[in-house]
Write a protein that binds this ligand. Sequence first.
Ligand SMILES: Cc1ncc(COP(=O)(O)O)c(C=O)c1O
Length: 401
Amino acid sequence: MIRFYNGPWDPVSNPDGLVNLGTAENSLMLDDIATFINGQQIQFTGEAFDYSEAWGSLRLRKAVSGFINTHFKPHTPTQAENITISNGCSALFNALGNVLADPGDGVLLTKPCYIAFGSDFGLLGGMTPVFIPSKDIDQFTPDILPQYEAALKSAKDRGIKVKVLVLCNPHNPLGRCYPPSTLTDILSFCNTHKIHLVTDEVYAMSVYSEDGTPFTSVLSLDWQKYIDPTYFHHVYGMSKDFASGGLRIGSLWTLNTELHRAVSALANFHHSGTVNALLACRILEDTSFTTSYMAKSRQRVAEAGLLARALLDEAEIPHAPANAGFFLWINLAPWLREEDGDDGWARERRLMERLIGERVFIAGGQMQNAEEPGWFRFVFTRKENLVREGVKRLKNVCGIA
Ligand SMILES: Cc1ncc(COP(=O)(O)O)c(C=O)c1O
C-alpha cells in the first residue's frame, strides 16, 4: 500500500489522495474529544512529566474501573487493584501471549477475526492461531459450541496445546454481539478445558442499533458460576469508543493475581505515558461527559451506518447484518475476476490491489481469516464526502454503473 500512498484524500487539497475505509477509527468523534480536552484548561504540574507507575497510576486505574462500573453493569463492581494499564489493547494481547503460553501453544480465534489477533499473540509470544470455522452455523448462537470443541480437538491432534481463547464482543469485523447464552457456554467451554478466556470488549459502547443482539458484557453475568476466576480476563481500551487511538490506553482486569503481577511487570515496556494518562483520567472521571459523549457517538455512528448501507444497496453490493462497531462486512465476491484458473483468494488479493490502485483502501477478508473469498470490511465512520468518494471508486473498480 505504501507504494500507492500519496496522503489522505481531501476534495480540495488532495483529490487523488487515499480514501481510507480500512482503518477502524471513529473519525466522527475526534473533534468532540479534542473540544472536551481543550475545555479542561489543563495546567500541568511537574509530576505530569515524571515516570509514574508504568502499569497505570492508581488514579487512572480508579477512573477505568469507575467507567466500567458505570457503563458495563458488572455483576460485582470492578476494583482498581485488579486493573493493569498499558499502551493499548494490542500491547496487552502481546503481554498475555507471552505470559499465558509457551511458544507454539494455541490461541483459539473465530473466523473471520480482527486482523491483528494473530500477530498480537503470535509475533513475540509465538502462539499459534487455531481458527474455529463456523461453516453454515450462526457463530453468535450456542449452536457454534461443537465447532469450538472440534477446533480444539483438531489442534490437539496436531500436537498444539490450546491455552487461550479470544472472544471479541462486539465482534470485529462482523459488527455483532454475543447473547448471554452463547457467552455462558463459552465460559463453560473454557472452564472445562482449562483455557484462558480473554474477552476484548473494545467496541462495547459502540452498539448503535437495536436491530440486532444488544451488547452484554461478560462482566455483567454471574460469570464465576461458569469459570474458575483465574481463567477469565477482560480487556477494554479507549481507541474505539473514545475515538482516541492515539492516546494509547488499554486496560486488563483480572482476578488472577499472578497474571496481574506478570503483566504489570511487563507494563514497563508498554507505558502509556504520564501525560496521556492524565488526559485519560479527565475524560473517564467525568461521568456526565462520558454518558453524553457515548450517546452522541452512537447516534453519529448509526447515521453513518445508514448512509453506508444506502450507498451499498444502491450499488447492489451485499452486506451482512450488523449493529455494532464502525464497519460492515461486505461481499464483493460477484466482482472477483478469474485469471488463469487462479483461486478465489488470489482473485480477492487482486481486487484489493486494484482498489488500492484506485486509492481506496478496504481490508480484504483473507487477512481477517474469512471463510470464503470476496468479503471485505468497509469502515463507514468517516465524513460523508469521504464515504461517498470511497463508494464511487469502489464502483469504478468493480465496473458498477
Ligand atoms: C477488536 C480490536 N481489539 C483491539 C484493537 C486495538 O486496540 P488498541 O488501539 O487499544 O491497541 C482493535 C483495533 O482495531 C480492535 O479492532
